[in-house]
Design a protein around this ligand. Structure first.
Ligand code: PLP
Length: 397
């Protein structure tokens, strides 16, 4: 597969075996163009942004702002705030919008399917402000209980929902969620950490008020992500971190703030990371994302079917639109043991609660083994993975 050649890490061996990287929901690998773009910045253009008139500062500023421009075009969004990732983007909404707009008489709607980064910031806000949190349950078919969701909207000011579950791969019915929430007068935050890497999202047409995601899950570097914000919600946000770059004027009496995204990007930003992320978008642009998404889903369906045939419990359904994440458990062999045995022959999978303890509690388990596929994975790798698991079960289960 030609595109694998773009990823140097895929050439390496682990314990003497070729690496089969199936931990893409945690983080994806980086193509050479991303590594080169970051290295070029440090070796040729390194300077701080926005402040100086010299050539290097201009190049650094163009590189950093180029990422923002790319985000706005890629997602059709008017406002793109650069953050350290999904987690910081959600915390930014809690601090900059939540603290300015929510009081103890308000409610927030979350789901049992959320990643901890879309639960803990709201629990902290609830503790501070007395805001009520309501959770939409997950049904036995791994979907949200939409009846409870609709009922929970009464008096709600904000709905926070994961685009695609990092444990189940289930894509939520976001169009309906956004429509109902807006009809009830609530704003909507989408955690698209797992959605944005797999499908093209038109943020404006989508209609959500906030959307958070991370570069490192879509071939970009760690340490950078974004919060897309609709213009009316943007106007309702108050600065969270104070410092350089976010101000218009500062006197000893007080300060005024910038009126664009810089208002929420105090201090020296992630310049090399922005440049690397922009290169990642450039690389992804060469792919037919829809076709790739279908191909990965086919691999996930094959994996899930084979695992069920081997007596494993698979958590997820792999419907059209879901992501290529396969979470599973063997009735006897512990997930950690299975992951160690797989690592010994070069397979990288994730185990544990995947930062979604409420969901795992709901499923009555404390851990799964998770294989998650991305563009550079092949059906042959999935077949080898299944064959390897059969060998492990024969020997150890
Ligand atoms: N939300 C979901 C659904 C995720 O899968 C993740 C990461 O695994 C996050 C949020 C947090 O992303 P980050 O650690 O990049 O901030």
């Amino acid at each position: 597969m030609a595109l694998r050649d773009d990823f140097p890490i895929l050439q390496r061996k682990v314990h003497g075996h070729p690496l089969v990287y199936l931990d893409n929901a945690a983080t994806t690998q980086k193509p050479q163009v991303v590594i080169d773009a970051m290295s070029d910045y440090y070796s040729q253009s390194n300077a701080n942004v926005h402040r100086a008139v010299h050539t290097l500062a201009g190049e650094a500023t163009d590189g950093y702002e180029g990422c923002r421009t790319r985000l706005k075009t890629w997602f059709n969004a008017e406002r793109a705030i650069l953050t350290s990732g999904t987690t910081e983007a959600i915390n930014l909404v809690a601090h900059a919008w939540g603290r300015a707009n929510l009081t103890k008489d308000d409610a927030i709607v979350l789901t049992e399917m959320e990643h901890h980064s879309d639960i803990v910031p709201w629990q902290m806000l609830a503790e501070e402000r007395g805001v009520e949190i309501r959770y939409v349950p997950v049904l036995d078919d791994f979907t949200l209980d939409m009846e409870v969701f609709e009922a929970s909207l009464v008096g709600a000011k904000l709905v926070c929902v994961v685009h695609t579950s990092n444990v189940l791969g289930v894509r939520n019915p976001l169009e309906r969620i956004i429509k109902s929430a807006h009809a009830a007068g609530a704003k909507v935050l989408i955690d698209a950490a797992q959605g944005a890497p797999h499908v093209r999202i038109d943020f404006d047409a989508f209609g959500a008020d906030f959307m958070a995601f991370s570069a490192h899950k879509m071939c970009g570097p760690t340490g950078i992500g974004a919060l897309l914000v609709r213009p009316d919600a943007f106007e309702e946000m108050q600065p969270f971190m104070g410092g350089g770059d976010m101000i218009e004027t500062v006197t000893t009496e007080g300060s005024t703030y910038q009126d664009n995204e810089h208002k929420f990007e105090a201090g020296t930003p992630r310049i090399a990371e922005a440049i690397g992320w922009n290169a990642a978008f450039g690389w992804m642009e060469t792919l037919d994302l829809e076709k790739e998404h279908k191909r990965m889903l086919e691999i996930a369906r094959y994996t899930a079917k084979e695992l069920r045939g081997m007596g494993m419990t698979v958590y997820g359904r792999h419907d059209d639109g879901d992501s290529a994440v396969v979470s599973f458990l063997h009735p006897k062999l512990h997930s950690e043991d299975m992951a160690h045995l797989l690592d010994a022959v070069g397979y990288a999978v994730r185990t544990g609660h995947h930062c979604a303890q409420p969901l795992l509690n709901r499923l009555g388990i404390s851990s799964t083994v998770r294989a998650s596929y991305y563009f550079y994975n092949t059906m042959e790798e999935a077949e080898q993975f299944i064959a390897q698991l059969k060998i492990i079960l024969e020997r150890f289960a």
